[in-house]
Write a protein that binds this ligand. Structure first.
Ligand code: ADP
Ligand code: MG
Length: 368
């Protein structure tokens, strides 16, 4: 038997070698204290759980244990009544604290003597998990509260807008009118986008033509394209272009991408909108988007200012914006829409060269 075994007080009895073996493999800590208040057995886990610098020597006094534990052991020795799952928090150095469930049971050791067997269980991890769960719960309620607040703000805005419009119509101060209307529109946009992001709105999927949706989205941004003398390079090659989608939501997503591209370009920039079919590939069956089914790829590319490398990972984060009057909600909403269509979006960019967004969506009919 090992030296470690000889040092252990429990090893002096042959019958206790099983106890010792159990001690060594138990994750919980077990220790035994005799009637004279001496520690007669102490599993290795006890050292870790009680933050003890070293194993108590054979028959070490009870006072070597932390005070809350001594109190429980004395109580059990005096009353001969067990204490079950008492929660004890022990603080170590700095922030290193441990929360234990302590169970102490009196065990008859002889005609007139009674040992106390103590079992220690570390519940710190369970406690941390419970705390994270309740934090998640609170976050979910904040989401619900902000969604309902958003609705209330929007309702109030309608009334405020109607009355300020009336007031401003009678007041010839055009500059003031401009400021008020612009700021009102801004609040309205932020709240609408927040609602879209927080709200549960799932897309209503039906058979739609991707090219119709893209053309309609392009028509919506036509004034901005013309206003900046941007040339449009339209290359629709996906055949067929049938997908399962929510045309309103997809239009919103594409308009977000087009407006960002237009914002990023000066006059004479070039906006490319292209589609193509990616044939089914069994080799890609493990990919999160399709793989065994054909997909449609939509490319939205611009020749604008590009995205700085340190920003590229933040583009889809809510409220990330580099614009003075941006909301930073366009891209997170856009990504969410594509993901809810079982698709995905990725981005590549080079500063001062341009930015390309690639969108993959499942094609609903086999490609010809
Ligand atoms: P917003 O347009 O309100 O700023 P978005 O979520 O739509 O919010 O975009 C977030 C940020 O991503 C933008 O502020 C911009 O910095 C960057 N971005 C998005 N699209 C492009 C693009 N085509 N070219 C360059 N930067 C872009
Ligand atoms: Mg935007």
């Amino acid at each position: 038997m090992s030296a470690r075994k000889r040092n252990h007080p429990a090893e002096s009895h042959d019958g206790l070698s099983l106890t010792s073996a159990l001690h060594d493999c138990l994750a919980c800590g077990v220790l035994v204290v005799n009637q004279r208040g001496q520690i007669t057995s102490c599993a290795p886990a006890v050292l870790r759980l009680l933050r003890l610098p070293r194993r108590p020597a054979a028959n070490a006094p009870l006072s070597q244990l932390p005070a809350p534990l001594q109190k429980i052991i004395r109580q059990v020795a005096a009353t001969h009544a067990p204490v079950t799952e008492r929660t004890v928090t022990l603080s170590g150095d700095g922030n290193d604290s441990v929360t234990l469930h302590v169970t102490a049971v009196p065990v008859q050791a002889g005609p007139n003597s009674c040992d106390v067997v103590v079992v220690l269980n570390d519940i710190s991890a369970v406690q941390q998990l419970e705390q994270s769960m309740s934090r998640l719960d609170r976050l979910a309620s904040i989401g619900t509260v902000s969604a309902s607040m958003g609705h209330e703000i929007k309702n109030a805005l309608v009334a405020v807008k109607t009355f300020t419009d009336l007031l401003l119509d009678n007041n010839p101060d055009a500059e003031l009118a401009g400021v008020v209307r612009r700021e009102m529109r801004r609040i309205d946009t932020i709240v609408s986008q927040m609602l879209k992001f927080a709200g549960p709105a799932r897309p209503t999927l039906s058979a739609v033509r991707l090219h119709d949706i893209l053309d309609h989205s392009l028509r919506l941004v036509q004034p901005q394209i013309e206003g900046k003398l941007i040339s449009l390079n339209r290359s629709f090659k996906a055949a067929p272009d049938a997908i399962e989608g929510d045309d309103y939501q997809l239009e919103q997503a594409f308009v977000n991408l087009f407006l960002n591209a237009i914002d990023a370009m000066g006059p004479n920039g070039s906006l490319t909108v292209a589609t193509e079919i990616i044939p089914a590939s069994p080799a890609k069956a493990a990919s999160p988007v399709g793989g065994v089914l054909p997909q449609v790829r939509v490319t939205v590319a611009d020749t604008g200012i590009g995205v700085a490398p340190e920003n590229i990972h933040h583009l889809f984060e809510p409220f990330f914006t580099t614009k003075n009057h941006g909301t930073g909600l366009g891209l997170p909403i856009t990504r969410r829409i594509f993901q809810e269509h079982h698709g995905d979006i990725s981005v590549k960019s080079e500063v001062n060269k341009g930015t390309t967004f690639n969108i993959l969506l499942p094609a609903s009919a086999p490609a010809c």
